[in-house]
Structure formats: structure tokens, C-alpha cells
Design a protein around this ligand. Sequence first.
Ligand code: HEM
Length: 75
Amino acid sequence: MGPNLRGIFGRRAATVQGFNYSNAMKRSKIIWNASEIDAFIANPRAKVPGNSMAYVGMKNEAQRAQVVSYLKSLK
Ligand code: HEM
């Protein structure tokens, strides 16, 4: 459903070639790092209003930290 997240750290939002991003994500100009990813998955709609990711968010901070750590390990 979503773009491949391998190598997401340090990458600018909406730059996986060939993926059809929302205008909201394209305009966000986010450079993905730990705090940006954490804020996005805590509340995707609040962080990038109008984005097309069908996910309500992960409230548990420790779980988010594990997801962020896993994403960082994907080189
Ligand atoms: C904890 C789980 C998830 C994480 C960590 C996550 C993370 C992300 C990130 C970082 C982006 C931006 C990617 C980029 O800029 O290239 C993104 C976009 C997206 N994700 Fe997720 N995602 C999750 C769950 C989901 C789920 C469950 C779905 C769909 C069922 C989904 C669908 C999408 C879509 C469609 C986009 C593009 C959004 C847009 O263009 O507005 N994601 N996701």
C-alpha cells in the first residue's frame, strides 16, 4: 500500500520513484529522521494533513521507538 521505507532515514518525503504520493506529502518537505518519523506515526493526520496513508497512528511511545529503530536498521 505504501512506499518502500528502506533507506527512509535522511530521505526527503515523497521521493520514492514511481510511487503516487498525495500532494500533501509532496508539499510537506520533510526530511525523515527519528523525530519526524516518530511524530508522523504518532498522528499521521496531524503531522501531514491531507496525506493518503490509511493509518490512525500508534499511541504507545515505546512501540514507536521500536518501529523507528527498525526503520533505521534498514539500509
Ligand atoms: C507503523 C506503521 C507505518 C509506518 C512506520 C509508516 C511510515 C510511512 C512513512 C515514513 C511514509 C512517508 C514515506 C515517504 O516520504 O516516502 C509513509 C507514507 C505512506 N504510507 Fe505509511 N506507514 C505505516 C503504516 C501504513 C499503513 C498501515 C498503510 C496503508 C494501509 C500505509 C500507507 C502509506 C501510504 C499510502 C503512504 C503515502 C502517503 C501520501 O502520499 O500521502 N502506511 N508511511
